[in-house]
Design a protein around this ligand. Structure first.
Ligand SMILES: [Zn+2]
Length: 353
């Protein structure tokens, strides 16, 4: 398959980019990495499964194959005692993503994220953070990334440093820079999200916005504010959980049964319905959000809703829901057993007394 149009070219043409994220949660669910450390060890241990997941997401409508290097940085690998595999993990993740992107005519993005060592006003921590960004960006460049995604920064300072490193070491690759909106309406270093996004735009980020942390219902009001002040294309990739004004992030959600923190393992109690993901995506499209996707908790059935809301018809759309074919709830005369009406009443009223 031929080389596809680049990120900036598409955005300039007013086209949209659908992006599947959420690899960490997906593989944690499959028992392939640990909730807690959340390190993408699977890249080294079972690369074939990562490749398969990339293909799944493209099948569901992703325009981007995001190399699975999120939390695959020096500090995270140190925590689990696998720092000696750092470069192997990064190169393997990038090479696989490149290969899938080439085979499917999609884009490949390198991925850097919050380092967990960054501390504002601490020169040593800042130096350490810059080194983490530098090595991951350089590997992404060498392995042929089309652009770099820098994401889940709670401090504008760390996001700004990530952007500066992409400019410095990224050999001109475009940048997508996303902040994570935790409970308060400003970054941890006290800048409102619209203001922070504007500052990233002014510093030369090609796409700015928010990802992770909040669900569709609580990220949307912030995106509307950001839209008012930013001119560059915006990105929005929430988590598909039912966050509320009282519990605005997945970390603040309480399990409805126990009242305890649901993050991370009890979050399934709060998963969004597919219809609400679709309606949210339609709202984002109407708002003009060009770079759209889902983060932690994402799965192919959700991403297909986003892709279809954005006017796409990915291979997975062949199997999009068609209840007209159902033998009870459908309307096809050639598919109606004699008892279907009786059964429909029983099923929909749960009249089991
Ligand atoms: Zn996430």
């Amino acid at each position: 398959m031929g080389k596809c149009k680049g990120l900036l070219e598409r955005l300039k043409n007013n086209e949209s980019i659908v992006v599947a994220e959420g690899y960490i949660f997906e593989f944690e669910r499959q028992g392939r990495l640990k909730a807690g450390s959340f390190v993408p060890e699977i890249v080294v241990d079972h690369p074939e499964l990562v490749r398969k997941q990339h293909e799944e997401y493209v099948n569901a409508g992703s325009d981007v194959v995001l190399a699975f290097t999120y939390y695959g940085h020096r500090e995270k690998l140190r925590v689990i005692g696998r720092e000696n595999e750092l470069e192997t993990l990064n190169r393997k993740a990038l090479q696989m993503a490149r290969d899938v992107a080439d085979r499917t005519s999609t884009l490949m993005a390198g991925n850097i994220c919050n380092t967990t060592v960054y501390m504002r006003d601490d020169p040593e921590a800042i130096k350490k953070t810059e080194n983490i960004f530098k090595e991951q960006i350089q590997w992404a460049v060498e392995e042929g990334a089309d652009f770099i995604v820098a994401e889940t920064y709670s401090d504008l300072g760390e996001a700004m440093l990530a952007l500066q490193c992409i400019k410095k070491y990224g050999k001109g690759l475009p940048s997508v820079v996303a902040l994570v909106p935790h409970s308060k309406d400003h970054t941890l270093d006290g800048v409102s999200f619209p203001d922070a996004c504007k500052q990233l735009e002014d510093a030369g980020a090609d796409v700015v916005g928010l990802n992770c942390g909040r669900g569709p219902a609580t990220i949307t009001p912030l995106m509307k504010e950001i839209k008012k002040v930013c001119k560059v294309p915006l990105c929005c990739l929430p988590v598909p959980y039912r966050c509320t004004p009282e519990q605005p992030t997945m970390q603040t959600l309480k399990d409805p049964k126990t009242g305890k923190q649901a993050f991370p393992v009890d979050l399934p109690a709060h998963t969004c319905g597919r219809t609400e993901i679709r309606e949210w995506a339609e709202e984002m499209k109407a708002l003009g959000i060009q770079y759209i996707g889902l983060c932690c908790g994402n799965a192919s059935h959700y991403l297909r809703e986003v892709a279809e809301a954005y006017g796409r018809s990915p291979p997975a759309s062949r199997f999009s829901t068609d209840m007209s074919q159902h033998f009870i709830f459908g309307n096809r005369k050639d598919n109606k057993p004699y008892y279907s009406e009786t059964l429909r009443k029983e099923i929909t009223t749960a009249n089991y007394k």
